[in-house]
Design a protein around this ligand. Structure first.
Ligand code: MG
Length: 178
């Protein structure tokens, strides 16, 4: 019997994360556009291509890989009624005071520091684009569960928005004349 594969390269993790998101109805562009719109409020020079590249980079990180793969599987297993006890209904109903899904989001956002976390807070409260869709499609008595995915997607957008700002800061530093 061959050994189970548990170590993945950055390229493999990015590919597996991209596929898992698509399986759950989320495209990279859906996440990048949230990052773009958030950063546009502070930096008019933000570029969509930097937001897409940032989402791809964040999807290749090991922490993101583990949190996204686990969170998306928790959602799927809840949809299939696989949990025992009250947690099955708590997950399916997307109970507002549950909070463990926000921990997953915060942990991804934390990769991009305090700004990453405050950007995640903004997206978590205002629910732009695909985050609102996931949240609405998975709430209450609906057959879908996106309890974890909406936070994971929001956090990746927040991290990408923060990274896009860092790219602009770097450009500014390089071009600034004394
Ligand atoms: Mg949630």
């Amino acid at each position: 019997m061959s050994k189970p594969k548990i170590y993945f390269s950055r390229d493999e993790m990015q590919k597996l994360n991209t596929e898992k998101l698509l399986e759950r109805g989320v495209k990279i562009e859906d996440i990048a556009v949230i990052a773009y719109n958030q950063q546009k409020k502070y930096n008019s020079s933000v570029k969509m291509e930097d937001c897409i590249e940032s989402v791809e980079k964040i999807l290749s990180l090991r922490d993101t890989f583990h949190l996204l793969q686990l969170g998306a599987e928790i959602d799927r297993l809840a949809e299939e009624g696989m949990f025992r006890g009250p947690i099955q209904d708590i997950l399916m109903q997307d109970l507002g005071v549950f909070g463990v899904d926000e921990i997953f989001g915060l942990d991804i956002a934390r990769l991009y520091g305090a700004i990453g976390q405050t950007n995640f807070g903004d997206i978590d409260v205002n629910k732009p684009g695909i985050v609102a869709k996931l949240n609405e499609d998975g709430k209450g008595d609906k057959p879908a569960c996106h309890t974890f995915l909406d936070d994971i997607v929001g956090a990746i957008a927040a991290a990408a928005s923060t990274r896009a700002a860092q790219i602009i800061s770097e450009d500014t530093a390089r071009t600034k004349k004394e």
